[in-house]
Design a protein around this ligand. Structure first.
Ligand code: MG
Length: 373
């Protein structure tokens, strides 16, 4: 049973190109499946989340991160009687627009674009992928996703100023997105905050002592685990503790969002859309814990000396290749040379680079810039 404030598939605002209904899948299930079968989705397998394969091949990449976010999102959406199919589709699509090399790659690509008075934004890029770049159907370009999935791609993690983005006018920028989309930013945080502690610890870049000292909620649960399993190996105590942190944040997101729905008497999707702020949220206590984990990870992992060399490599590869293709557009694949007839060259070069996997861009760098990465 869906709540009144959930998105009901039969009330979808529909697709750009109307299609006959499917005999046994609703529109959001079809959208979820279209995302899974997209080429850009498969490429997530070889895009860095935080750790490259140099560390280990069992750490998260952007694909396994995406699958984890989808799992958390399904749980939370189900507990809130939201539309699980839509929420799952949004989770699976949420990182589709990310360039190679994680956040370092995104920063470098944005910097390269800013030199031409443009910018790179991964949400806007994801929208271009599903609207235009994916070519699977004879009747239309892109995946022809429903309005609600396209809206969620744009609005799940931030608000766009309608005056600055007239091209997004159709996405109701003056309204909040449905709860299914609001969840994604928070389930994404639960996913990577816990996963990055896990991978950071496994990579020996973070020690147990360091995490216990720097993350109070971890320390609190670790003490409980030590009482229950005093003789367990350290790694399993770590796992048990992280599981509790994970459940704490997930449970809090569910109960606190329920409380906020009641407090604001939100009963319909229209109430969600018209509410002055987003309704899905952690409680102040859990929000503080979330922020402590995140700050800890920035200080001790993301900005650590151990990862900085790879980040510098990533920035160099992207900025040098960008300049290379700007100066030698004839070296671009034919398809992109044709696109450059209609669109500005920096945008075309940016689209080409953003779609690449880590492996492919390193290959391109060695080929065109003639250096080992
Ligand atoms: Mg993510």
């Amino acid at each position: 049973m869906l709540a009144g404030y959930a998105v009901h598939a039969e009330h979808s605002r529909g697709r750009r190109f109307p299609e006959p209904p499917h005999p046994y899948r609703n529109d959001f299930q079809r959208d979820r499946d279209r995302v899974i079968h997209a080429r850009a989705f498969r490429r997530l397998e070889d895009k860095t989340q935080v750790f490259t394969r140099r560390y280990s091949d069992h750490f998260r990449n952007r694909l396994t991160h995406t699958i984890e976010v989808a799992q958390i999102t399904r749980t939370v959406a189900g507990a809130l009687s939201l539309n699980v199919d839509l929420a799952e589709a949004l989770a699976l699509v949420h990182d589709l627009g990310h360039p190679p090399f994680g956040h370092a790659g995104e920063k470098a690509l944005d910097a390269a674009m800013r030199a031409h008075g443009l910018f790179f934004d991964h949400n806007l890029h994801a929208l271009r992928i599903v609207e235009d770049f994916e070519q699977r159907y004879a009747a239309f370009r892109g995946l022809n996703l429903t309005f609600e999935v396209r809206e969620g791609i744009i609005k799940h993690s931030r608000d766009y100023d309608a005056a600055k983005h007239p091209e997004l006018a159709e996405y109701l920028l003056d309204q909040r997105p449905p709860l299914e989309a609001q969840l994604i930013d928070l389930t994404d945080e639960i996913g990577y905050n816990t996963a990055d502690l896990d991978d950071g610890y496994e990579a020996h870049l973070l020690t147990l002592e360091q995490i216990r000292a720097g993350v109070p909620v971890f320390e609190q649960f670790f003490r409980e685990v030590e009482q229950t399993y005093p003789n367990a190996p350290e790694k399993l105590k770590f796992n048990e503790t992280l599981k509790k942190v994970f459940n704490r944040l997930t449970g809090d997101l569910i109960t606190n969002t329920q409380t906020r729905l009641k407090q604001s008497s939100i009963e319909t999707l229209e109430d969600v859309r018209r509410h002055e702020e987003r309704v899905a949220a952690f409680s102040p206590a859990a929000e503080a814990e979330r922020k402590q984990i995140k700050d800890f990870l920035y200080e001790n992992l993301y900005y650590s000396a151990s990862l900085s060399e790879e980040k510098d490599d990533a920035e160099r590869i992207i900025s040098e290749l960008f300049v290379f293709w700007m100066e030698r557009p004839s070296a671009l694949p034919h398809y992109y040379q044709e696109k450059a007839q209609q669109e500005s060259l920096p945008r075309v070069v940016c689209d080409y680079i953003a779609g690449m996997t880590d492996h492919f861009i390193i290959e391109q760098y060695e080929k065109h810039c003639g250096k080992e990465s």
